[in-house]
Design a protein around this ligand. Structure first.
Ligand SMILES: [Fe+2]
Ligand SMILES: [Fe+2]
Length: 286
């Protein structure tokens, strides 16, 4: 039974594009079963760091819009759909965190996070070749889609499960947009697989080391008293989280999404999917 969304359209309708985009008032925060989530240290870290990164999307959008100003359909979509949706994810997650952990000073921790994070979001960080930046965005959206799918599946808290599913659907749609734009732009440029693979690898490495680490560090600096987290060094917390999430991520699906921009022959794609899935699992859990 759906506790969180009383009269909203079904997720199947939404994902088919027949329904309007969800809004914050679809989420009934008053029905959160706080007892099911409050003492879950991993969940506190995973949700709060995600709320920081989503809320910081504003900085990224400005850079991306500028980067794609020669392609109005892409820059318009980034400005008018992608950014509002990412910011909505940030607001929805922030409200969830503030409802379950009111003792955590979200605003102060976010301000601290943002002062460091905003300095990293510069145009120089983007791939100079526009199709390659779109490949990099596909990597990010693959990461977020699988992240929210994992959150949805690991929580028994119904409001969070619904919220994670709404966000997951958005992230999959973002991936599809970036992938479509990549194909359109690359039809003109026809970049080699080697260059596409290079962009994939660069962004995958960054995913593992930058955004989430910064967000987690600022959550850790401001964390309230939580059983199982007090006096635990930051490195131990992150190792725990990578193991916790890494074992559960739908890696096979992520690998499929990551391989798509390479447009490999079907048989080859099929042949390398499994070893890559195993490798990705080992890298994340390491
Ligand atoms: Fe998002
Ligand atoms: Fe997204």
């Amino acid at each position: 039974m759906n506790h969180a969304i009383a009269s909203s359209p079904t997720l199947a309708q939404r994902s088919s594009g027949l329904q309007p985009h969800w809004t914050l008032d679809w989420i009934d925060y008053s029905r959160i079963c706080t007892g099911l989530v409050h003492d879950n240290v991993e969940l506190f870290y995973l949700l709060t760091s995600a709320s920081f990164i989503e809320s910081g999307s504003e900085t990224y959008t400005r850079n991306l819009v500028e980067h794609f100003e020669a392609y109005p359909p892409i820059s318009d979509w980034l400005q008018h759909q992608w950014e509002p949706e990412e910011l909505q994810h940030g607001r929805a997650l922030k409200t969830y965190v503030q409802t379950v952990w009111p003792e955590f000073d979200w605003e102060a921790a976010y301000a601290s996070f943002f002062s460091e994070y905003s300095r990293l979001c510069t145009v120089e960080e983007l791939e100079e070749e526009r199709p390659l930046e779109l490949v990099a965005r596909c990597v990010v959206e693959t990461g977020t889609a699988t992240y929210y799918q994992t959150l949805r599946d690991l929580t028994g808290e119904p409001v969070l499960a619904d919220l994670a599913e709404h966000i997951r659907i958005d992230e999959v749609q973002h991936y599809k947009h970036f992938y479509r734009y990549f194909k359109e732009l690359n039809a003109e440029r026809n970049l080699s697989r080697g260059r596409i693979l290079g962009a994939l690898k660069r962004r995958l490495t960054e995913l593992r080391t930058s955004d989430s680490d910064i967000a987690l560090r600022h959550v850790w600096m401001f964390q309230p008293h939580l059983d199982g987290a007090d006096d635990v060094p930051f490195e131990h917390i992150t190792q725990r989280l990578y193991r916790h999430m890494g074992a559960r991520l739908p890696m096979e699906q992520a690998v499929k999404m990551l391989l798509k921009p390479l447009a490999l022959p079907h048989r080859m794609e099929h042949w390398i999917e499994r070893p890559l899935t195993l490798l990705a699992r080992r890298v994340i859990a390491a």
